[in-house]
Design a protein around this ligand. Structure first.
Ligand code: PEP
Ligand code: MN
Length: 362
């Protein structure tokens, strides 16, 4: 579905003139005035200009620490006074919005559980009508791109144009090395459908631990994300929320220094070589389409034959042979097993759809 979303690029937000990647960092939660200030002062010394801290924490289960509440806003005001950093916090309802605006918060973010709820999003959007504050919308907990786009759309309809998106991964019932699986194709599709949306990655909530942070951050940069939101704490193991995934400001600095910054088109580069490779890739893609057309024409013939001879569409033995032989051939040519299996499953599904249509035609 088309979107009618009109946004400003990150550079048009006129917030900071940091080069890519923009880093937003700070604790999962503001816990005490000391912890909040200590983290901010340390981050500022490391060259970070945007400070995040959760004041109200939407927790999955009750009885866990649910944030310090409004008193934390006083600590954030102190952070601004002492360091001059820009402040970002999460809002989940209208009360949070009003209190944050009153406290001079510079950037609001919408948490994953809130994005999944259009009623809450609509109320927040209406409370922000006529404001120019930047809002970062996290992806919903479930892998539903329409919900994510819908939330951005509701904010935009309320007149906001500085709207960014934060990719923080998606919940899954299955066990995974990630706390929230990245499903990179979803933020990529978001960027395709809303090209101007500034895109941030939150590797902390994707990984759920410290070990995967670098890999996820590098991957986000290689996919041309504009920035990263990473949780930091002076004493991560003692954090009141998300202790396993937080790192010290020192470790954050090391992480940033180890990232390789690649650009879509680096300055001074000649495009001749890449254009030549792209030309060949386009030729391959054309050939693929022609082969698929040829294959589907054969499916048409076999469908008619099966219909005339009252044969079932699915011939399990045959499908197994086709899949296994293709995987085997692919492996000999260094093609990933899962990749080949996905392609052939998709071709087989289309072939079944086509044959079903033929069977049902009068
Ligand atoms: C957070 O940023 O601390 C947070 C609660 O994030 P999410 O909404 O992504 O779970
Ligand atoms: Mn957190």
């Amino acid at each position: 579905m088309e979107t009618n979303i009109k946004l400003k690029n990150f550079s048009e937000w006129n917030l900071i003139n940091d080069s890519r990647p923009v880093i937003i960092s700070g604790p999962c939660s503001a816990e005490t005035e000391e912890q909040t200030l200590e983290t901010a002062v340390n981050l500022k010394q490391k060259g970070i200009h945007i400070f995040r801290a959760g004041i109200w924490k939407p927790r999955t289960r009750p009885n866990s620490f649910e944030g310090v509440g409004s008193v934390g806003l006083e600590w954030l005001k102190l952070v601004k006074k002492e360091t001059g950093m820009l402040l970002a916090t999460e809002v989940a309802n209208v009360k949070h919005v009003y209190e944050s605006l009153k406290a001079g918060i510079d950037i609001l973010w919408i948490g994953a559980r809130t994005t999944a709820n259009p009623f809450a999003i609509q109320e927040i959007a209406e409370a922000l009508k006529g404001m120019h504050i930047p809002v970062l919308v996290k992806n919903p907990v479930n892998p539903d791109i329409e919900l994510w786009i819908g939330a951005i759309e509701r904010m935009n309809k309320a007149g906001l144009t500085k709207i960014g998106a934060i990719h923080r991964g998606f919940s899954t019932y299955e066990k995974s090395i990630y706390r929230n699986i990245p499903q990179w194709q979803i933020p990529i599709e978001l960027k395709t459908r809303i090209p101007r949306v500034p895109l941030f990655c939150d590797p902390s909530h994707i990984s759920g631990n410290r070990d995967l942070l670098i890999n996820i951050s590098q991957k986000a940069l290689d996919l041309n994300f504009d920035g990263l939101m990473i949780e930091t704490h002076p004493n991560p193991d003692k954090a009141w929320s998300d202790p396993k995934q937080q790192i010290t400001p020192d470790s954050l600095k090391k992480l940033i220094n180890s990232l390789i910054i690649r650009r879509e088109i680096p300055e001074g580069i000649s495009l001749d070589t890449i254009e030549d490779i792209r030309y060949k890739i386009d030729q391959c893609d054309d050939e693929l389409i022609e082969i698929l057309e040829k294959r589907m024409n054969l499916v048409q013939s076999i469908g008619l034959y099966k219909k005339q001879n009252k044969m079932t569409i699915l011939q399990s033995g045959r499908w197994e042979t086709v899949l296994n032989k293709s995987i085997e051939k692919g492996e000999k040519k260094n093609l990933n097993k899962k990749f080949i299996s996905n392609i052939f499953k998709s071709i087989h599904q289309e072939s079944i759809n086509k044959q079903t249509k033929i069977m049902n035609e009068l």
